[in-house]
Design a protein around this ligand. Structure first.
Ligand SMILES: *Cc1c(COP(=O)(O)O)cnc(C)c1O
Length: 363
């Protein structure tokens, strides 16, 4: 078992803080990062918090050639009382190990890494934004670092956690986006790596995204990779539809990412008594519902935007208008509930939040 002690080296040159009114997403990074190494002979070792700085890697590091890399994304929020809360970090860490397992990367000790993240945030606490809608984005990632060009799993890895203060995704208003239903490129297939957060999935999605943007759409809605008939995800978010009073989302089928926000939405809807189900959803049926005037709301879910309302879907020659391009009541209610729990404004009845100062495994 690895040593639980985290060595901390503080920076001697704190950076100037960016303008918190113009944070955007993922542009600025805090003063420190968490790093831990792996070697087949030692397991995970040398956990440490060090100044945020460039890392040095051999050009033959396996990650550059064969893409053995996984990541996570979560956020920390400051409450009105000045506490800093994490939202369901256990879900992110267990998903990191799901991704690790599929990419043949060694598992990490989930509770230990959550504690390490909490320590890192505590060290960089002054970077956690205070304004409404802002948060500290947390990006843990693992890369294969062994210098070797043979195709096999690496024997060495680095886990790094970096932190970035981020603004509210949409500013004050939740603005519905226009979505292009992609029926040429596919994101993933069952048996592949679609259910993991691995870098290659995102590299493979960029061209479709660029082409959708060229014709005026913000994101693509992915269909299944075999028949291109069934809805899967929207951009890098999960997708929900409200049809004739019932909320539906694609069932987790091996090619869809199991979003933490998706799971939270399902739990909240059940808690409120709103009918919700996970199933196979044909794009044709969405179109039929739209024609019949029964497509009431469409929204994406993900850590970055939380709830992202969809105002228009374009599939082949069909343009489906959703709720006159305005945010629907369920989308708004979910957004308010989730961001309320995350920021400590609403009582957390689900036990989803944890204070960064509560450590489970290290002191
Ligand atoms: C991260 C991600 C999501 C959303 O997951 P959350 O845990 O809610 O942030 C959905 N789809 C893809 C492809 C993703 O990468």
């Amino acid at each position: 078992m690895m040593s639980k002690k985290i060595e901390i080296t503080l920076t001697t040159q704190k950076k100037d803080k960016p303008d918190y009114n113009k944070l955007g997403f993922g542009r600025y990074f805090t003063d420190h990062m968490f790093v831990m190494d792996y070697h087949t002979d030692k397991g995970w070792y040398d956990p440490r918090i060090v100044p945020y700085e460039p890392i040095s890697l051999s050009p033959s590091s396996m990650v550059f050639h064969y893409g053995q890399a996984v990541f996570e994304g979560m956020k920390a929020y400051r409450t009105e009382k000045g506490q800093v809360l994490l939202f369901r970090p256990d879900k992110n860490l267990s998903r990191l190990n799901t991704s690790n397992e599929r990419l043949d990367i060694p598992a990490v000790d989930e509770a230990f890494v959550i504690d390490a993240i909490k320590k890192l945030i505590t060290v960089d606490k002054e970077w956690v934004p205070t304004a409404e809608g802002q948060s500290l984005y947390i990006r843990p990632f693992i890369i294969a670092t062994e210098p070797y060009l043979g195709v096999r799993p690496s024997s060495e890895y680095k886990l790094i956690v970096i932190l970035s203060p981020v603004g509210s995704y949409y500013g004050d208003q939740l603005k519905p986006v226009k979505i292009y239903v992609e029926d040429d490129y596919v994101r993933s297939v069952k048996g592949g790596v679609g259910f993991t957060k691995t870098s290659g999935n995102y590299a493979a999605s960029l061209k479709a995204q660029t082409e959708a943007e060229k014709v005026g759409y913000a994101q693509v809605l992915w269909l299944d990779g075999v028949e291109k008939k069934y809805v899967e995800e929207v951009g890098s978010m999960n997708i929900f539809f409200k049809i004739d009073g019932e909320v539906v989302t694609p069932a987790l089928n091996g090619s869809i990412l199991a979003g933490v926000t998706r799971d939270s939405v399902i739990n909240l809807l059940k808690h409120w008594g709103v009918p919700v189900s996970e199933k196979k959803i044909a794009i044709e049926d969405i179109y039929e519902a739209s024609k019949a005037g029964k497509l009431e709301e469409v929204f994406g879910t993900g850590t970055a935007a939380v709830i992202s309302p969809v105002g228009e879907l374009k599939w082949e020659d069909h343009v489906m208008n959703v709720n006159n391009g305005e945010i629907g009541p369920i989308s708004q209610k979910l957004y308010d509930a989730i961001t309320g729990i995350q920021s400590g404004k609403i009582k957390d009845e689900f036990g989803w939040t944890t204070d960064v100062e509560e450590l489970a495994t290290i002191k």
